[in-house]
Design a protein around this ligand. Structure first.
Ligand code: 1HE
Length: 268
């Protein structure tokens, strides 16, 4: 373990962080509140993702207990809201989530998430920042903001339509529809569905595979693909060339290794 990495073992912390063999495992740690996202959890995510972590090549994000995340901590919001005066001050909350979630989606290292039980509201927004999403069979997705008298504020209106389409998000929010794990797989909300209790092992397996890629290529993929696919054709191709010309640091050894391995395999 790298001693420079902030590692929280404190069971009262909303975010538990452990680093092993180049993989950081971040656990949402408020199971008694279904891992609802309070200010302290956002602060912990912002603090960790706001710093570089040398030696970390993949991240696994999961939640303690039966639910990945019940979204915004509604109790905290109700308690704080009367004291937050003015539009700009009220917008701070959403903008802090945006900052945090952008650092995650467009960070230096790919994130694999494990989703079980509730993936609701802000929990779905958090999941949508991650690059590889694994559902356990119990997972279900909801955006009940409309039913709670609020609107999404952690990036759902930007990230989720890019995954499932704006029309489905509108319908989901208006009717309170729930998507289960199998539907999520078909829609691209998740990439794998695994039996109960197997999500973390699958995530560690995929994270190890991701960590063995070139770090520069991983960085280019997580920062490049989503941004470039938003660009007009010509700008996108130009951006692709610029990104491609900034990768390849270790391509010689990797390509040589690929052919050496094939030769060795054929000789056996
Ligand atoms: C919470 C929260 C929460 C649970 N904030 N405390 N999110 C929601 O609207 C989802 C609301 N929660 C639920 O629908 C259910 O709690 C679950 C389906 C997630 C779980 O059900 P269950 O039966 O296992 O647990 P529970 O008995 O409902 O809740 C257990 C405890 O967690 C209870 O606290 P306790 O002190 O009474 O034990 C609940 O109050 C607490 N809890 N969910 C605070 N969300 C940036 S904008 C994003 C906007 C949104 O995310 S809107 C969606 C909010």
């Amino acid at each position: 373990m790298n001693p420079d990495l902030p590692t929280r073992m404190d069971t009262s912390s909303p975010l538990d962080i452990r680093v092993q063999d180049g993989i950081a495992v971040l656990k949402l740690n408020r199971p008694d509140k279904r891992n609802a996202i309070n200010d302290a959890m956002i602060d912990a995510l912002l603090a960790w993702f706001g710093e570089p972590h040398e030696g970390v090549h993949a991240i696994v994000l999961h939640g303690e207990g039966a639910h990945f995340c019940a979204g915004l901590d509604l109790i905290e919001v109700l308690a704080k809201r009367p004291s937050v005066k003015g539009v700009v001050a009220r917008q701070r909350h959403s903008r802090r989530w945006h900052r945090t979630f952008d650092l995650m989606q467009f960070g230096e290292v790919p994130i694999v998430s494990v989703l079980q039980g509730a993936v609701i509201g802000g929990g779905m927004e958090l999941a949508a920042t991650t690059h590889v999403r694994i559902c356990e069979e119990s997972a279900f997705f909801q955006l009940p903001e409309g039913q709670r008298g609020i609107f999404v504020g952690g990036g759902a209106s930007v990230r989720v339509p890019r995954i499932i389409g704006a029309g489905r998000v509108v319908e989901m929010m208006l009717t309170g529809r729930t998507y289960d794990a199998q539907a999520a797989l078909q829609l691209g909300l998740c990439h794998y569905v695994v039996p109960p209790g197997e999500g973390l092992a699958k995530a560690m397996e995929l994270a190890a595979r991701i960590a063995s890629n070139s770090p520069t290529s991983n960085y280019a993929v997580i920062n490049g693909i989503n941004r470039i696919s938003d660009m007009p054709h010509g700008a996108g191709l130009f951006a692709e060339t610029m990104v491609a010309s900034n990768t390849g640091e270790d391509m010689q050894a990797r390509i040589q290794g690929f052919f050496d391995q094939r030769k060795a395999g054929k000789a056996d």
